[in-house]
Design a binder for this molecule. Structure first.
Ligand code: ATP
Ligand code: MG
Length: 450
């Protein structure tokens, strides 16, 4: 992509109404524009990152054996009246009337609708286990939308639902989700710690929230610092193996880590004092097992091998896809701007031409652009007639992890400069060597975007 042809409305001024760094940087980098309170347009750069995050979520869900599908954003109120949540959900539910005066709503979550799909189509234990998920816009009329995409009213969420014959099977689904979430967040360059949480309006005894530690997080959390040493890494896991998934769950949830809702001071005091931490965190996901709550309410039953009719055991599992942009930036930035992890960066590398119009520099930049595209990478080539300082500032602000700087002086010696955004370190390389190095860096981060 040529920057001269792209739409990147960066702001020079720091927006006064944005309270946290991720919100400020998303506005300054021209990623989003507020359309009304808690509702945003996703401008090209923001949309690109949103899609990368979404694609990682899809890849990891499919890897875990979960089936993608999509449900509508607007739902009839009928099912919600049947489950009792139409009244229970309260002011956060956006209620709408259609032209026939029928009660509709913008989906805040989809347990009712998926359960209805299930009950209309599944009646035998032979069709279980089943886990389906969608990535779809949600609406919650939050009392205080703030912090940009972190607490929006319209937001993008992955929501998945498992249907199982027994509690035991449903707990395997729960564990499988926990494992797949650990992988998902790590691929985005994030450490998200599973913490024992509270069921809230969805209900249920088994629930963990995934929290990214950040000073600007809205949740107060308490944990044993040993949990921050745990990483999932690139270990192979068989998602069908009850033992393996259970083993990972135990590894990641046995040490003390809780949100303020479930915090237990006496238990916390059993953690050695030097490892006790109180901090703030951003909730980027949550998993639930809630038994037969919705299947009882909506009559979702299957016949067992013995011919008996039983309610299915269910769970639901969410990832805050749009909130993740904010969380990733909170965890990856410096005074000059964003520092995207390689897994989610909107462009893989920036190309800065120090002397636009100089024949050698222009030819070298175009050659680099072609070579990177041929290798399946997406460069952003700053081909504008601007000062070098301005070009560097834009690249730093939008946070591409790697920058290739091309100028007539270096080219005389046959080199360009490859700079790492995170460390600020540069090295001089032949153009082909810079391309080869980027190919190697991104070998493990092949996520398709737009
Ligand atoms: P919160 O406690 O932050 O209000 P929640 O527990 O009500 O969130 P869930 O029902 O668990 O939310 O939704 C799944 C995920 O969706 C959350 O973990 C969070 O990452 C994301 N999410 C929830 N509400 C919002 C929102 N208003 N804006 C952006 N993302 C949200
Ligand atoms: Mg939650």
């Amino acid at each position: 992509m040529r920057l001269s042809r792209y739409f990147l409305p960066v702001l020079k001024e720091t927006p006064a109404d944005a309270q946290i760094v991720s919100h400020r940087l998303m506005l300054r980098a021209g990623m989003i524009k507020q359309s009304s309170a808690g509702i945003y347009s996703w401008l090209p750069l923001g949309f690109k990152v949103l899609r990368k995050i979404e694609n990682i979520v899809h890849e990891e869900q499919i890897r875990a054996g979960h089936i993608p599908m999509q449900m509508p954003t607007l739902q009839s109120a009928e099912l919600w009246k049947e489950s009792g949540r139409y009244d229970a959900y309260g002011e956060e539910m956006l209620r709408i009337k259609d032209r026939h005066d029928r009660d509709m709503l913008y989906t805040p979550t989809a347990e009712e609708l998926i359960t209805d799909i299930f009950r209309s189509n599944v009646s035998s234990y032979k069709d279980l286990p089943l886990t389906m998920y969608q990535i779809q816009w949600k609406f919650r009329d939050e009392i205080r939308p703030r912090f940009g995409v972190m607490r929006g009213r319209e937001f993008y969420m992955k929501d998945g639902y498992n249907f199982d014959l027994s509690k035991e099977d449903a707990l395997h689904a729960y564990n499988r989700h926990l494992v797949s979430y650990l992988r998902t967040y790590e691929r985005m360059g994030l450490q998200a710690i599973p913490m024992r949480a509270d069921g809230g309006p969805i209900g249920g005894d088994y629930t963990h929230e995934f929290l990214v530690l950040a000073e600007t997080g809205e949740s107060e959390v308490f944990y044993d610092s040993a949990v921050t040493d745990l990483t999932f890494g690139d270990r192979e896991i068989d998602y069908d193996s009850v033992e393996q998934c259970q083993g990972v769950l135990e590894e990641f949830t046995t040490k003390y880590a809780r949100t303020d809702e479930t915090h237990d001071e006496a238990l916390f005091n059993e953690v050695p004092e030097e490892r006790r931490r109180t901090a703030r965190g951003i909730e980027v996901g949550q998993i639930f097992y809630f038994g037969t709550k919705y299947s009882d309410a909506l009559g979702a039953q299957v016949q067992t091998a013995e011919g008996e009719k039983v309610s299915v055991h269910m769970g639901s599992h969410g990832i805050g896809v749009s909130r993740l942009l904010g969380a990733i930036i909170e965890a990856n930035h410096d005074d000059n701007g964003i520092i995207w992890p390689e897994g989610v960066t909107p462009f893989h590398a920036g190309i800065v031409n120090l002397k636009q119009g100089d024949e050698a520099a222009d030819t070298a930049c175009e050659g680099l652009e072609k070579a990177l595209v041929a290798a399946g990478l997406e460069p952003l080539y700053d081909d504008r007639k601007e000062r070098a300082g301005g070009k560097f500032a834009t690249m730093d602000l939008i946070g591409l992890p790697w920058r290739i700087t091309v100028g007539p002086r270096g080219l005389k010696n046959g080199v360009v400069e490859l700079t790492c955004r995170r460390t600020g370190e540069s090295e001089e390389l032949a153009p082909e060597a810079a391309v080869a190095k980027l190919i190697e860096i991104y070998a493990d981060h092949r996520v398709t975007g737009l």
